[in-house]
Design a protein around this ligand. Structure first.
Ligand code: DX5
Ligand code: ZN
Length: 237
């Protein structure tokens, strides 16, 4: 994978919630590609975090891309609130709604990117149907709900199968299917994100299997030099 396509999004869940604006600035100064914001409802996952008001506060303190990962039931009902709060992408869970396609369409209608996330126990077979309808697939590499968990190596196969499928059917960024007459690499690769337990070693394994968007909380926030940590992840392959 060409390194210019590898993006690193620190997860602000591992930051200091009493100083969200400062944390956002620190992430920006460290050279990240965006900020990953975890939204949890205490039902879809057994934890509670932030809502649209906190996303709006983060938006005011940075110009970075806001990658909002909603781990909530009925995500459709909250799309507008998070879009208005400044989300640049909303990624919701396949398992959290009956209206996956409708929710993807609605997010795109709000002029932001639509991502679709899959819990570890959901099989690869559920993914292909949505590749041409979204901007990113998030393959969870831990059970969603908490930062600081250990990476699940079994998820590497799901990443590999997703990348192979995209390559076989020439699916590129934003679900564009590249025409046979054009070289497939004239479009950036389809975004495959991994989230949970990402550190130097696991990032490398994920990138080798075809992931290009890396979310990292605990590992990055524990680095003495945040910027260097981001660089190390970005250079994974
Ligand atoms: C887990 C969240 C993650 C979490 C990752 O449910 O979706 O974004 O913050 O944190 P680490 O890198 O610590 O596993
Ligand atoms: Zn997340």
């Amino acid at each position: 994978m060409d390194h210019s396509y590898i993006k690193v999004y620190p997860s602000i869940l591992s930051g200091d919630f009493g100083r969200l604006a400062e944390e956002a600035k620190r992430i920006e100064q460290a050279g990240a590609d965006g900020i990953h914001i975890d939204i949890m409802d205490g039902h879809f996952v057994p934890n509670l975090t932030l809502g649209p008001k906190a996303v709006a506060a983060i938006k005011r303190s940075t110009s970075l891309f806001l990658d909002v990962h909603v781990m909530i039931y009925n995500p459709y009902d909250y799309v507008e609130a998070f879009a208005q709060a400044g989300a640049d992408r909303i990624t919701f869970h396949f398992e959290a709604t009956e209206d996956v396609e409708e929710t993807l369409r609605f997010i795109r209608k709000c002029n932001i990117e639509a991502g679709l996330a899959f819990r570890p126990e959901t099989s690869f077979s559920m993914i292909p149907k949505y590749l041409d309808k979204c901007d990113l697939i998030l393959i969870m590499t831990v059970s969603p709900g908490f930062g600081g968990q250990s990476f699940m190596p079994e998820m590497l196969e799901k990443v590999k199968m997703t990348r192979e499928y995209c390559d076989r059917y020439r699916i590129r960024q934003g679900g564009i299917v590249a025409k046979e007459s054009l070289p497939a690499d004239s479009f950036p690769p389809f975004n495959i994100q991994v989230d949970g337990g990402i550190n130097r070693e696991t990032a490398k394994a994920c990138v080798q299997m075809g992931a290009n968007v890396l979310v990292s909380g605990d590992y990055l926030f524990k680095q003495p030099d945040f910027g260097k940590g981001i660089q190390l992840l970005r250079n994974s392959s």
